[in-house]
Design a protein around this ligand. Structure first.
Ligand SMILES: [Zn+2]
Ligand SMILES: [Zn+2]
Length: 383
């Protein structure tokens, strides 16, 4: 996977390309490399596939965001190993008839008419991971219930193979042509064979376990890798791990796993950055202080408050945030400094405070000046 070319490079566009730019680049490259124009040319065919895939991903805003973030090589090794195809999509799914209609425009009709292969249902499961698992990447496991291939009949639906015969109505094709008279015209339509429900086969002695369907509802455990820094709501795709088709004819559907992430006790997330607030005492602000708090990467986070820090100031700690895609380092931790004000104070402490009133309190005669200078500072901070 590592030698795979960058999708933007494949389409010859830059990272800021608009949907229009992408479409334009795709159309001209697809025209150039289309197999109909380059018969028996393996190089062109490979390029054509590459272009299709790049366009499929980049033209989908969600997939494009994920690609921009994770690229082909996600952090934490190869998290999509083991049958995982995070961005490797089935083009027929993505384009469906849309792709054909694009080509019909190019090549003046007569596009290849594909008979839709029977396919099992796609499955979508939601899976929640801890904030730590998101931060470090993790191997996850989930138990799902879905239709699976019936083992006794291996998905055929028949008690034994001799009880399967070809449907005589459609001669095994699964489809029949119906002729209909509409006014003076005869119209021909192709429909699923009603005798065999489109399977092309008749089963005399159905399997007792699945009653002829070839599938059973069953619990199973799935295992998959979540790459470090995965965005909330990402849908991971496990190719052909969805439900099998009826009667064992056709491909399995896909299994999609939508990832949600638990809250952290104190961090908020902003892309690769982590945000937190730190309430400190008045004395800590005046004199300065160092804090050490446990962090997600296993090393304490050192927060240094300089003397004369004001509440509302922020401290950026570079490179200690969430891992970025394609091994491009980590985001930052931003600490917002707040003033901790005690709600309960003893009579004796209050009298000590009183004695410090000259230092701690604002004298009446400087209130207006103080308001003005705060506004000046605030505006100059903003630049
Ligand atoms: Zn039939
Ligand atoms: Zn069965």
């Amino acid at each position: 996977m590592s030698e795979k070319r960058d999708y933007y490079e494949v389409l010859g566009v830059d990272k800021k390309a608009t949907d229009q730019d992408l479409k334009k680049a795709f159309r001209s490259l697809a025209r150039k490399y289309h197999p109909d124009k380059n018969p028996d040319d393996e190089e062109s065919e490979a390029r054509f596939k590459e272009v299709q895939e790049a366009y499929a991903i980049l033209s989908n805003p969600e997939q494009r965001r994920q690609y921009d973030m994770f690229g082909h090589n996600r952090p934490g090794g190869d998290p999509f190993s083991g049958g995982f195809q995070g961005v490797n999509i089935n083009f027929e799914d993505i384009f469906g008839d849309g792709l054909d209609s694009i080509f019909t425009q190019f090549f003046g009709g007569g596009g290849r008419q594909r008979r839709r292969e029977p396919k099992g249902s796609d499955l979508l499961v939601r899976h929640r991971i801890s904030f730590e698992a998101m931060f470090n990447g993790s191997e996850e496991e989930a138990t799902i219930e879905s239709l699976v291939t019936c083992e006794p009949c291996m998905g055929s639906g028949a008690a034994d193979s001799s009880s399967i015969s070809r449907c005589s109505t459609c001669e095994g094709r699964g489809r029949i042509t119906q002729t209909q008279r509409i006014g003076p015209f005869l119209q021909e339509t192709v429909v699923d064979c009603p005798n065999c429900s489109g399977s092309g086969r008749i089963i005399k002695d159905p399997c007792r376990s699945c009653k002829g369907d070839g599938r059973l509802r069953k619990e199973r455990t799935i295992r998959f890798n979540v790459p470090a820094g995965i965005p909330e709501g990402t849908r991971l795709r496990m190719q052909e791990q969805g439900e099998p088709p009826a009667n064992g004819i056709g491909k399995n559907g896909h299994l999609y796993i939508e990832i949600s992430i638990e809250d952290h006790p104190w961090f908020e997330r902003s892309d690769a950055d982590l945000l937190m607030a730190l309430p400190v005492g008045f004395g800590d602000l005046v004199k300065g202080r160092k804090f050490q708090i446990p962090h997600l990467d296993g090393k304490d986070l050192d927060i240094v408050i300089r003397p004369s820090t004001r509440p509302g100031e922020t401290i950026d700690i570079r490179g200690r945030g969430i891992p970025r895609a394609r091994g491009r380092g980590r985001g930052d931790v931003t600490v917002l400094i707040k003033l901790h004000v005690p709600t309960k104070i003893s009579r004796s402490d209050l009298s000590v405070l009183e004695s410090l009133s000259d230092v701690l309190n604002l004298p009446d005669d400087v209130v207006v000046d103080s308001i003005r200078s705060e506004a000046d500072d605030r505006r100059s901070d903003r630049g």
